[in-house]
Design a protein around this ligand. Structure first.
Ligand code: MN
Length: 264
């Protein structure tokens, strides 16, 4: 009898652990684009989601809105990843400057559709680098196409050669902002791998962190605690087991759980 009881207890424990495991929220990671490959995302994003307690799933590029909707039905939050420059003419009505980098039109349209659909559902969304710039552009904001030639008086190097887990310039964070709540610091050194930046912040959004030359390094949707983005690469730290920025991902996981509970 005692043995049966022990067995039943062990079974119950195993089942409850299994159920707990399946409760982890699924975090969709926007795919990059490569010749002949629709699905690719740097492992640093994948590892950051895992370390923060989520299940990573890469969302492949598609231009089909019904398919995109069906894919979003299966995730609880999304991360918009870094990458190429955004076509200025198509998405914010500016002629390209000479210093503009490479653009990928099919990735632009996929990313913008994904962002608008996710935000329309009030699904938690974290934008990183290109994803941060896209979030701004998707809701009517504009960009500097090239910081060195367009941001007057910029004295900070935003395209570092140091490793991705290493912060090279300071940002000042608004107290009370989501980013401040997530990492608990008003000032921190971040990595920097960009030459574009948010210029005019989209209506309904606010800038919450700046580098010392005034470049916007974080925005969030006003009145929301689940739509936010950063110019730097927190996953570069988190994937190297440096926990300064892991709160950015843990917050997304928390909101993803809330989103899933609301949409059951
Ligand atoms: Mn920077």
């Amino acid at each position: 009898m005692k043995r049966i009881l022990t067995f039943a207890l062990a079974l119950l424990l195993t089942l409850s652990l299994f159920a707990q495991g399946s409760k982890k929220p699924v975090i969709g990671i926007s795919s990059g684009w490569g010749e002949g490959s629709s699905t690719q995302a740097p492992l640093t994003y994948v590892e950051s989601v895992i370390r923060a307690g989520g299940v990573p799933m890469v969302i492949p590029l598609t231009q089909d809105p019904d398919l995109l909707a069906a894919m979003l039905d299966r995730v609880d939050a999304v991360i918009m990843t870094g990458g190429e420059d955004i076509d200025p003419l198509k998405w914010y009505g500016e002629q390209p400057v000479n210093e503009m980098g490479s653009i990928v039109p099919q990735r632009d349209s996929f990313d913008i559709a994904l962002i608008r659909m996710a935000v329309g559902r009030n699904m938690p969304l974290l934008g990183i680098c290109r994803g941060h710039q896209l979030l701004n552009v998707a809701f009517g904001g504009t960009l500097y196409q090239d910081i060195p030639s367009q941001v007057k008086g910029s004295t900070v190097k935003h395209n570092q050669k140091a490793p991705r887990y290493y912060g090279t310039h300071t940002i000042n964070i608004e107290k009370g902002s989501l980013l401040y709540q997530q990492i608990g610091l008003e000032q921190v050194a971040v990595n920097s791998f960009h030459h574009q930046a948010v210029k005019d912040v989209a209506p309904g959004f606010k800038a919450t962190a700046h580098s010392v030359d005034g470049v916007i390094e974080a925005i969030e949707k006003e009145g929301s605690n689940r739509i936010y983005s950063v110019q730097f690469h927190p996953e570069g730290f988190t994937a190297s087991n440096i926990d300064t920025f892991i709160g950015i991902f843990k917050h997304l996981i928390k909101e993803a759980n809330a989103y899933r509970a609301e949409n059951k």
